[in-house]
Ligand binder design. Structure first.
Ligand SMILES: Nc1ncnc2c1ncn2[C@@H]1O[C@H](COP(=O)(O)OP(=O)(O)OP(=O)(O)O)[C@@H](O)[C@H]1O
Ligand SMILES: [Mg+2]
Length: 336
């Protein structure tokens, strides 16, 4: 179980003559991912998804808040003592091309982390070879053909499988998949998603999926939690299917309204939500972060920021003073 409370992160960007510019990437995010469970973070570019994923994987520092891994708070621990905990959480990056060293064979790539583990646990060279073959089989690759190859001799999909196999060498409890299929050929994406789903079921690893594509969030984490992130704040949170069927935050509604309709098979939702303005730098920091773009903003929206909460009659948490159900997603024609 991994939980986060009040995770806050501001980047200081150097650049112009006026000196530093502060970029709030995360504004007090809470999350909770159970063992073997799944969660998806969605939101548009720059909302803080990768930053949060990297913090969860122990690859990025945070300014405030705390992370607990299996009940142990991470903030009071020194870097060295955090590492064994964060080993349980492995990140899979979006680009399987740059994630693998082109001068190493797949065997060499897998052998390095396995040798480290073998050294720590007193295992033999035979174990390393066996385990290398085993993790490749787990990701659906044939060790006999793949072990001696170099990354450039494999397809994008196979490379991403190798990246996942490498993550499995350390027996992780959680995989953080950051846009893990966005750079892979469309025809191969479903295979990788199915693999992640399968690893969840077979090995009990939790999967955290970071994406701006609602369909992948739905596929991978149908039974999991969806976190909709806007400008560093979670604005809606609940079971994936509940939110997709019945979003109440206008930002979530605008994300779902933007999914293309299958012409001839589906009809667009009856009340699509289109933001008033596009996302721009330097948008107001006071009140609701979405207020400037929100077609439904009302009294108080630009004064005090709504926090994530549950209100009567709405099953999911939301950060909106005027949560309202709207029919935004496409409906199959047969149901109309
Ligand atoms: N190392 C960094 N230094 C300075 N600013 C950063 C750094 N990393 C991220 N940021 C800023 O923090 C904000 C959140 O970035 P992040 O990469 O987490 O967004 P994202 O949701 O993953 O976006 P995308 O969908 O494009 O991957 C952005 O405004 C980004 O410019
Ligand atoms: Mg990102």
């Amino acid at each position: 179980m991994i939980t986060g409370t009040g995770i806050t992160k501001t980047f200081k960007q150097r650049g112009n003559v006026l000196g530093h510019r502060e970029v709030p990437a995360l504004r007090g995010v809470d999350f909770e991912i159970a063992k073997g469970g799944s969660a998806s973070f969605i939101g548009e570019s720059g909302c803080g998804k990768t930053t949060l994923g990297r913090i969860i994987a122990g690859l990025e520092t945070y300014d405030a808040g705390d992370i607990e891994i299996d009940g142990t708070p991470m903030s009071p621990l020194k870097h060295k003592h955090r590492q064994p905990h964060f080993r349980k959480i492995q990140m899979i990056h979006q680009d399987p091309y740059s994630a693998l060293n082109p001068t190493r064979t797949i065997y060499q790539t897998l052998q390095a982390p396995l040798a480290l583990r073998a050294g720590q646990t007193g295992r033999s060279k035979g174990w390393i070879d066996e385990r290398a073959a085993e993790v490749l089989s787990l990701v659906g690759l044939d060790p006999g053909t793949v072990l001696s190859r170099y990354p450039h001799q494999l397809s994008g999909g196979m490379r991403q499988r190798v990246v996942i196999a490498r993550a499995l060498t350390v027996d992780p409890e959680m995989l953080v998949a950051d846009e893990a299929v966005s750079m892979i050929d469309v025809s191969l994406r479903l295979g990788i998603l199915a693999l992640l789903k399968d690893l969840r079921e077979r090995l009990g690893v939790s999967v955290l999926f970071i994406t701006h594509d609602v369909a992948t969030a739905r596929y991978i984490g149908g039974d999991g939690e969806l976190y909709v992130i806007y400008r560093g704040q979670v604005v809606e949170r609940g079971p994936v299917d509940t939110i997709i069927a019945d979003p109440v935050h206008p930002y979530t509604q605008s994300l779902l309204s933007a999914i293309p309709v299958l012409h001839g098979l589906e009809l667009p939702g009856e009340e699509p939500v289109v933001p008033l303005e596009s996302l721009a730098e330097g948008q107001s920091e006071s009140g609701c972060l979405f207020a400037a773009r929100c077609p439904f903003r009302g009294d108080g929206c630009t004064e005090e920021r709504p926090l994530l909460r549950v209100t009567e009659g709405v099953p999911q948490e939301h950060a909106c003073y005027y949560p309202q159900r709207r029919s935004v997603i496409a409906r199959p024609m047969s149901e109309v």
